[in-house]
Design a protein around this ligand. Sequence first.
Ligand code: ADP
Length: 219
Amino acid sequence: MRIVLVGPPGAGKGTQAALLAKTLSIPHVSTGDLFRANISQGTELGRLAKSIMDTGKLVPDEVTIAMVKDRLRHDDSGNGFLLDGFPRNTAQAVALDEILAEFGIALDGVLDLEVPEDEVVRRIAGRRLCRNDSGHIFHVLYNPPAVEGVCDICGGELYQRSDDSEETVRTRLEVYHTETEPIIEYYAKQGLVTTISALGKVDEVTERAIAALRENAND
Ligand code: ADP
């Protein structure tokens, strides 16, 4: 299955993408994670990405598109993939269509995670990530680790993303509304969009997502 996951920052895309990718046996391709890996490796791309990510704006399309194209060439993408955080504007959506056409493949569906804005702010303010694995995601109130600052799953150190500060989150939400939301309409015209509520327990949302994707695939 080839799927794009869309939703505002804090909708739980990272959490759901990791679970869905495992259930569907397809790789989770997150542009945010790819940028963060470049940042921790100290690459040139990482330095460029960090300066932009910390403001909440988008990394330039040219570098983002090239990075995704390179990632989708990997053997492990042959069976499908779950794209998380890409495309993030119409130009990237058009570029993705071109890349897929070049590879002779097409998207099966776009899953849109819907969540009210006040909930988004609450989720992001308390979010903590594991340094070892970006799929190990906690929340100081909603999903606290047994020991503060330590990942329950692997014992890694938990940290708060530098772009999860209140001011940056405000910009990220604005960018989502003006730049990313229009791609939902773009994909709706292709009959690809399924919208589900991202409220409720993590497992409930995953079940909802799997059911929606299966139903969409059978249409
Ligand atoms: P979230 O979905 O929680 O906002 P991500 O980890 O997906 O967070 O992205 C964090 C930041 O990385 C974005 O605010 C942006 O600066 C950059 N980024 C991620 N994906 C893209 C993309 N497709 N195009 C441009 N910038 C991106």
